[in-house]
Ligand binder design. Sequence first.
Ligand code: C2E
Ligand code: MG
Ligand code: MG
Length: 631
Amino acid sequence: MNNRTFRMQRRYSWYIVLTGLAAFILLGVVIYVNVSNMMINQSKNNAMGLAVIAANEIDGDSFETIQSERDDAYFDVLEKITKYMDYSMLQYIYTMRYKNEKLTFVVDADPKNPAACGEEYELLPEMEPALHGQACCDSKLIKDKWGSFFSAYAPIFNSEHEVVGMVGCDIRTSDIVDRLTRLRNVMISLITIFAILSLISMVMIAHDMLQRDQLTEISNESRLKDVAAGLKKKNRLKDYTGMIVNIKDFKYINQQIGFYKGDEILRRYAHYLSRLITHGEYVARTGSDNFLMLVKKGREDEILNVLSPLDLSIETENGKQLLHIFSRCGVYPIEEGDHLSNVTNYCTLAINSTRGKDSEDYAWYTDSMSAQMVEEKDILSNYRQAITNGEFKVYYQPKVNIDDRSLCGAEALVRWIRNGSMVSPGQFIPILENEGKIIELDFYVFEQVCKDIRRWMDEGLNPVRISSNFSKLHLKNPNLSKQVLDIVKKYNISSDYIEIELTESSGYTDFYALEKFVRDMGNAGIYTSIDDFGTGYSSLSMLKNINVDVVKIDKSFFDSLGDKKQNGANLVGNVIRMIKDLNRIVICEGVETEEQVEFLKSTECNIVQGFLFDKPLPVEQFEERLKLPKY
Ligand code: C2E
Ligand code: MG
Ligand code: MG
């Protein structure tokens, strides 16, 4: 069933149920009315038929002569009408005379309490047709102390064909009433049962609607919670593995193709996941571009192998576009005692561990991830107070010109001195960066750097150019350039002493912001550098478009040199040459051996930073280097 059909079906099922109920009630009422009319008409006809037959048997001329119960003609009529009393539905049969616009009893066959001959009887409007020669009947059922009945009347004619009286038949209707009551009760019971069933199905439809994700039509988190609770009750939740799936760069996809098409991707991806699961497995959209799957243990690899990429052809303004949808996944094999909430937490920890690592699309939960989460929380709740307390210290790692082994610059690297021990930035920078909290710290470090430079100038030391690391998150700040320049101005230091290190990142927005920032800094005479070149997204073609002054080649890029692998050495040599051809300064980071220095001398890189010369130094030790800038 496709999406649209399903949605329509869901919407109309309400109407179907309600219309069905209304139709059923209407049908019941129609059947009841028709059957009861039929039964009433039939007994009316029977009553009139009986009255007509009885009336035809009576000789009107002798009937006219009857004056009292002793007349022969009286007995004759009595005999004739009494035989009809055998008819089971007949309650009474009697004859009446019509004379001088008055109606009087003549012969009454009531065996118990017969009306006296000559006793007056009320002329009812229903009797009128009989007086005009036609059989007739009460229009309504009569209910009195003798029970419920119809009265039918048929005219008695004399030989002149004049109406001289009429036969009255009272037909008992108690069994009709009984049957109708039974029919009504059956109808009411059926309608009640149908109404209850409709109500149940409406509740089920409503429940189903509440448990489905509106956009993708697959289950939502609430449904999965119910499912997991059910499985847990049967002690079967531990047979499953939780998998959180997230579409990579979905924000970027949305920007590229628009929210409407983004929704289409979510729907198609959701249905792709639904097709991956088998009977007894579950998938739900838990919000945004996140999905949670419960798959049977042992099936994880099968699913991970086909999870990503999913190639989707999407109709856009520029025609058909083929999109490769990549995803990340956090996997947690459920253990006895787990609830869906811990499953989600563990899967989230696992998936979060893949963020920022482009090579890893999925991760299995490990206990260390929980410990890391505790550490993250600790860092996030304490870093701000730590800034105020001055627990963050700036260390300086010298940059050395290998031609003359002289100090030619330094990189400012932050350290957190916490309860007397040092926390390395590798432990807290990625956490602060993930949570968007790094901005404040970067500015703090940068201001410390400017303060130190000012002090060195005031103390007569010759400062070198100091580079400060700025997270790529700063690029989202349109006032970044102004804020940097304001701090430089505040300490009244030469822009020659300042350099800003940035890492290149993905996405056009970042690219344009980076290009503008680099231009602003260049105009102010401040150096900019691309950090960690050779990792992540940085590329030579990017260097053509962004006018940075310095390219810092990451340690990992030439780690292979230690193994004397000629291919690696050639590659590094060529890359350095190409960067130099673009008129950029090249700095190699992480230089630890003289061998590496020798190799770099053979290339066009003459500035290095690494443990061979110095580790990042506390400010006092770095000041010693400033005083004696030779190695
Ligand atoms: P980075 O900017 O690439 O800094 C260079 C890192 O390499 C430093 O690690 C430094 O200690 C290390 N390193 C230098 N020479 C060697 C060597 O010879 N061998 C080895 N194994 N390592 C060497 P550190 O100080 O732990 O900093 C790690 C990263 O933290 C930095 O990488 C930078 O990305 C970030 N970071 C440090 N301070 C700041 C800051 O104030 N703001 C921001 N946004 N990031 C910072
Ligand atoms: Mg750096
Ligand atoms: Mg670096």
